[in-house]
Design a protein around this ligand. Structure first.
Ligand SMILES: C[S@@+](CC[C@H](N)C(=O)[O-])C[C@H]1O[C@@H](n2cnc3c(N)ncnc32)[C@H](O)[C@@H]1O
Length: 460
């Protein structure tokens, strides 16, 4: 048995004839002491995997989950190159576990099998698709075991399990087992759903929709094909708000602006985070309320064409200004104080949501930071029609399916995902589907742990 990232060897000790790879010298030393019979290769797994002639009957482990922002440099390049040689293409946006799985599979003997702990992202992340496609091209059985309750309660990351058998084979399906909780068992659980690869592709390469009943999934497609329905991207453009690089410096409280003497023409009322998105519209009354509470709700909006009055110049040259101009974003633009991409959208959409994503009209000509999305209508529906459809339970379900869980109960909708949300103008759902949509919504929220020790939403 091979464990490609064996840590302190907890899988290796359970198997009398095993080989581990570990790049951390201290962990490798613990394995030597704990499992003297095992062979340990100390170093980077991908360098070793590219060279070794050893082949294994099975593999198991818990590969590192290093997100793309930190999975960088030569190790990542080697991992991506090795997988590409075997026909699995990853971009630089991949998390480390994905190439670990592919590279390990290539070291199996014919008919070999493997079992891994994987992040629940295997159910929705774009970079999980090349892994599952590769596995389906090379194993008789590819099984994903979705586990709702946390496998590792101390980790923020939800984990699922992956089991593959029959290396050298091929399959046209992914077997999905749906478990509420996992307890040790000798063999993989029976699958609940046999997901045809074609169906999986139709759902954008996501397994999470298969947590729902097949009748609800069929209903979703039925609605998507109705002439009364649209994807959000057909109705509006969704983009990100502006990035200041130094929010504290660029967002002034009304009392600060007055004390500093910044003229009104350089100040714009702004939506700073998702918590500002309450109700159906941001109106002048909303902005007045922010003002009265003296919230930091005024963006200091300067362009390189503006002659800068002394009061503003003094603020730019203050200690806070000296600090702000050193931030990465400010250093990389000219002039450093001109925040780009400040526009007035028709509406705002929450990026990270608790129960549901809010679509809020912009009736006060506000601008917004990149903590929320900015929405511009394309003119097919008016805003009130769009908001009516947005507030339907079916649309909420669509947000759950097209968005993804962020951990801690939060639903995240990237602009691309928001564009996929399905809206229908039909006022009422077919009678028999009302309860099923409500139940599906509840299921999806339970899987993202909404309402269970949910963390508060990020402020900025
Ligand atoms: C999640 S831990 C798993 C450890 C062990 N299997 C367990 O479940 O406790 C992942 C391990 O991968 C190791 N690792 C990370 N990148 C590696 C690489 N490129 N080559 C070898 N080991 C690596 C880390 O040092 C860490 O010990």
């Amino acid at each position: 048995m091979l464990d490609p990232a064996c840590g302190d060897g907890r899988f290796l000790v359970a198997h009398s004839n095993s080989v581990g790879v570990e790049h951390d010298g201290d962990a490798a030393a613990i394995v030597h002491a704990r499992a003297p019979g095992c062979l340990i290769h100390e170093g980077d797994f991908f360098s070793w995997a590219a060279e070794t002639r050893e082949r294994f009957q099975c593999a198991a482990g818990n590969p590192p989950f290093i997100r793309y922002q930190r999975f960088t440099g030569e190790v990542r390049n080697r991992a991506i190159r090795l997988c590409a040689r075997h026909g699995a293409t990853f971009t630089s946006l991949t998390s480390s576990w994905a190439p670990f799985i592919v590279a390990t599979a290539t070291l199996l003997e014919p008919n070999g099998r493997m079992a891994f702990v994987v992040p629940a992202e295997i159910g929705h992340a774009p970079y999980a698709q090349p892994v599952l496609k590769y596995l389906a091209r090379h194993f008789d059985l590819v099984q994903v075991i979705a586990v709702r309750q946390k496998l590792f309660p101390g980790l923020s990351e939800d984990c699922w399990l992956l089991y593959c058998a029959g290396w050298g084979g091929r399959t046209e399906t992914i077997a999905l087992s749906i478990l509420d909780s996992f307890t040790f068992q000798e063999s993989p659980p029976e699958p609940n759903v046999c997901v045809a690869l074609q169906d999986w592709q139709r759902w954008g390469g996501r397994l999470r929709p298969f947590l729902l009943s097949s009748s609800l999934r069929s209903f979703y497609w039925e609605i998507s094909e109705s002439p009364q329905s649209h994807r959000f991207r057909e109705l509006a453009r969704v983009g990100i708000g502006y990035v200041t690089g130094a929010n504290e410096f660029f967002h002034l409280r009304p009392s600060d602006a007055e004390r500093l003497g910044v003229p009104e023409r350089f100040l714009r009322a702004c939506v700073r985070n998702g918590r500002c998105l309450t109700g159906r519209a941001i109106t002048q009354a909303t902005v007045d309320k922010w003002r009265r509470s003296d919230d930091p709700m005024l963006l200091l909006r300067l362009t390189n064409a503006d002659p800068i009055p002394k009061a503003v110049r003094d603020y730019l040259d203050s200690a806070a200004g000296q600090q702000a101009r050193e931030t990465y974003k400010c250093r990389s633009r000219k002039p450093w104080y001109a925040v780009p991409d400040v526009t007035v959208p028709d509406a705002f959409l929450s990026y990270m949501s608790g129960e549901t994503a809010a679509l809020v009209a912009n009736r006060a000509k506000c601008v917004a930071t990149n903590s929320v999305h900015v929405v511009r209508l394309s003119g097919v529906w008016n805003l009130s029609e769009l908001q009516d459809a947005w507030e339907q339970p079916f649309t909420e379900l669509s947000c759950e399916l097209e968005g993804h869980p962020l951990g801690g109960g939060v639903l995240k909708l990237e602009p691309r995902e928001a564009g996929q949300v399905l809206l229908s103008r039909a006022k009422t759902l077919r009678h028999e589907m009302v309860a099923e949509v409500a139940e599906g919504l509840e299921t999806m929220r339970r899987w993202r742990h909404y309402g269970q020790n949910a963390r508060s939403l990020p402020m900025d």
